[in-house]
Design a binder for this molecule. Sequence first.
Ligand code: ZN
Ligand code: ZN
Length: 345
Amino acid sequence: MATLTRVKVLNPAQPNKSTAIFGGEASGILNWNDLAHPHFYTLRQKIRSLFWTANEVDMTQDVKQFADLSKAEQEAFLKIIGLLATLDGPQTVVAMKIADFATDPSVKSIMATIADQESEHNHSYAYVLSSVTTLDKQMASFEMGRTDEVLMKRNARIVDIYNEFAEKPTIETVLKAMVYTTLLEGLFFYSGFAFFYNLARHQKMVGTSTMISYINRDELQHGKAISDIFRAALAENPEYNTEAFTEWIYDQFRHSVEQEIIWSRYVLGEIEGIDLDEMAGYVKYRANKMLRMLGLSEIYPEFAENPMKWIRAYVDNFDDTKTDFFEQTSRQYVKTSDLNGFDDL
Ligand code: ZN
Ligand code: ZN
């Protein structure tokens, strides 16, 4: 199987318009008005329009409220932040690696933008934890990804697929890594997100949930961008578009749904306000959505609709026409950052 080589920075002998997303020829000069896949321009614009930074979110209320959460809520809070950090840190790296091996400069640019946002997501978890808890507990939360058995089992296939791509970059391994990227962006975070939205609907930890809603919005755009790039790359490499590969994808989705449900029962079992069966249905609904984005069929036809009714106000409104829940309630956060003081630079 052909190994993908890292692309040169500039290669003036080759054309500006890339001949393929991976393994093609391109000069390295990026002209957004002369793309092999013109719709990639919009993908980047949509991601760029979502700029935010963690320090803008006021955590004052959350700092006071964290101590009043039940013990179960506090524990789940720290575990879920631990999970999210385990996924978002490596996601920065995977986006950069995909960029490294892509020939098409527009894909490199989109991946650079995604990598930047993932890096801010990861930063936001440290920002939240340092606001609400002691250094010991912050450290323990970040250790979870390499110590908690349930979490490690849940992440085992992601680790394998991402590392396989890192060690052996080929068309096949990059396609598989992109399937897992869409799973991360579109499914693995969502029981965690639900936990924070459930707190917010009980007027708890609204600062944290506001931040989570920004991350959620980013992930949805990333999932869309990466599934579009995946489909274009597969169309350019039809020899990989086989029944066996399609079956592999369905199998990963089934497995991921199982793991996400096990995880949600483990981490949300004691949480008031979350119905675990509804949660499982919500995970299946997310899987259907991501499969459709990849150009495949739904595997849970009974979950064509989101069964977790209350969460719709928080997550189903992230599109161009409606404002999201937190924005609607007239910005519950104020910008505390004084980073606009350019005079100090
Ligand atoms: Zn992220
Ligand atoms: Zn993302």
